[in-house]
Design a protein around this ligand. Structure first.
Ligand SMILES: Cc1cc2nc3c(=O)[nH]c(=O)nc-3n(C[C@H](O)[C@H](O)[C@H](O)COP(=O)(O)O)c2cc1C
Length: 279
């Protein structure tokens, strides 16, 4: 029986993210999963201090808070459902602060089988949330997730998303998809990996998702509307967040930064003297 972990990134008690993640967990349970819920807003999460001991010395993080316990729960889970409100166009800071503490866990996330993950974003109104789905998805993908679906519910007040029954229905469906591992269809024109719509032009008629590094082509819409982005089928499995690429980045770039720094250490120490004692 798979275990599905719900992760809420809102301080509001029974706010939109919490009720929709709970509904998704109900859907997962109906599909046979065991479920668990963690609210990041109720954990003690200190910011990463950049000491790199988790990478260079393989040490446990010395910051005394709840993050290690949280990541052990993530590693133990078979599926993830992340619910985050939109604050200032993107997910709440607690999601990023928690993610920043994941560096030392990357090899373990990469070594584990990729888990089905669902992302639930809540926001006050459309067009004020463009960063939320891609960045909440980035959290899931970094933690070893394989996105099976995302949804956005628009409602400003706590639990107001329940006024529209489609929101709870979509959350329930997403929870079932996470429990079974069966992906829901990617919305037309969205990145097949993070399901966001942040694209950078990289050539004539060609765009790239800056998060996932997959490329698609702009094609005329059959309905005569604005052009849509079409991705090749292999984009879904060949992107920045695959276990192989994550591990390669860790081993070939993150770990060697120590030697790169030490090579120039004397010159760096000399150059930074100018800034000592100011500010
Ligand atoms: C500080 C703050 C900033 C917000 N910024 C945005 C925003 O940029 N875009 C948006 O659509 N909604 C914004 N909202 C509204 C929330 O995203 C919305 O109320 C959401 O449903 C809250 O989810 P919750 O009930 O799970 O906490 C903001 C709310 C707060 C409190």
């Amino acid at each position: 029986m798979p275990t599905v972990l719900g992760i809420v990134a809102s301080q509001r008690r029974l706010g939109n993210s919490e009720v929709l993640v709970k509904e998704a967990l109900m859907g997962a349970a109906e599909a046979g999963a065991t479920t668990k819920l963690i609210n990041l807003g109720r954990l003690r999460v200190l910011p990463c201090n950049g000491c790199m001991a988790c990478v260079f010395k393989g040490e446990k993080c010395r910051l005394d808070d709840d993050v290690a316990g949280f990541y052990e729960e993530v590693l133990a889970a078979d599926g993830l459902i992340i619910g985050a409100p939109t604050y200032f166009l993107g997910p709440t800071g607690i999601l990023k602060t928690t993610l920043d503490r994941a560096l030392g866990y990357l090899p373990r996330f990469a070594a584990a089988a990729r888990k089905p993950a669902g992302v639930i974003v809540t926001a006050g109104l459309p067009n004020w949330d463009q960063l939320s789905v891609p960045l909440a998805s980035q959290f899931a993908l970094t933690l070893g997730g394989r996105l099976v679906g995302t949804m956005t519910a628009y409602a400003p007040g706590p639990a107001q998303a329940l006024v529209d029954p489609d929101n709870a229905a979509a959350a329930n469906r997403l929870g079932r998809a996470v429990a079974t591992g069966e992906p829901l269809p990617t919305p037309p024109g969205a990145c097949p990996v993070c399901r966001g719509r942040l694209f950078t032009p990289v050539g004539p008629g060609e765009v790239e998702c800056p998060l996932c590094l997959v490329r698609g082509r702009l094609e005329a819409s059959p309905e005569g509307g604005p052009p849509r982005v079409v991705f090749p089928p292999e984009a879904a499995s060949d992107h920045r967040w695959t276990s192989e690429r994550m591990l390669k980045h860790f081993i070939e770039w993150i770990v060697p930064t120590r030697d790169l720094f030490m090579k120039d250490f004397r010159a760096i120490r000399e150059a930074r003297r100018r800034y000592e004692g100011q500010g």
